[in-house]
Design a protein around this ligand. Structure first.
Ligand SMILES: [Ca+2]
Ligand SMILES: [Ca+2]
Length: 174
């Protein structure tokens, strides 16, 4: 097993480089908080799980998101070591326009309260996000609310978008 992960850099072909330049603009816009839209509905993989629960603090809910982008563990650790950044947003699902409820919140390979973080596993690049919020933040609709989290991961050094996913919908009344 090769543990020399610090020297690992993603391989680039010429075509991939062109794609990298194109997505770099998207990454820059996202980094500036300009692009907050979720990814194209049906095409977005739902490899994330979302768990929402009532906090012990009155008027507050907490949630935990776990998900992953499929790749080798070697590649995932390489991306993290090379400064990959993760952006998470929570949305309220609606028939016309989904409502942005929280975020984007940015993180990296280091765990910190309220921020998303990443690690590698045998199934790929793992992403997790645990935080608490006033319950009213999650009240996105009259009556029932449909929550989901959208996750994007960008490579370090202007590599661009590595991958993304979203969670299933959590139906509640907040
Ligand atoms: Ca809704
Ligand atoms: Ca509601």
């Amino acid at each position: 097993m090769n543990l020399n992960l610090n020297t690992h850099a993603p391989r680039r072909t010429f075509a991939r480089h062109l794609v990298g330049i194109a997505v770099l603009f998207g990454a820059l816009l996202a980094a500036m908080g300009v692009v907050n839209m979720p990814h194209a509905g049906a095409a977005t993989p739902r490899t994330g799980l979302l768990y929402v629960y009532k906090s012990v603090t009155p008027g507050e809910h907490c949630f935990k998101m776990d998900g992953y982008i499929p790749m080798t563990q070697y590649d995932a650790q390489g991306f993290i070591n090379n400064g990959a950044m993760i952006a998470t947003t929570m949305w309220g699902d609606d028939p016309s326009y989904d409502d942005l409820l929280i975020g984007p919140v940015w993180g990296d390979g280091n765990y910190a309260v309220g921020r998303p973080a990443m690690h590698s596993s045998t199934r790929g690049l793992e992403a997790t996000w645990w935080t608490c919020t006033p319950s009213s933040t999650l009240d996105e609709d009259w009556g029932g609310d449909e929550l989901y989290v959208d996750v994007s991961v960008y490579g370090g050094g202007g590599y661009g978008l590595i991958g993304y996913f979203e969670t299933h919908r959590v139906n509640g009344n907040y």
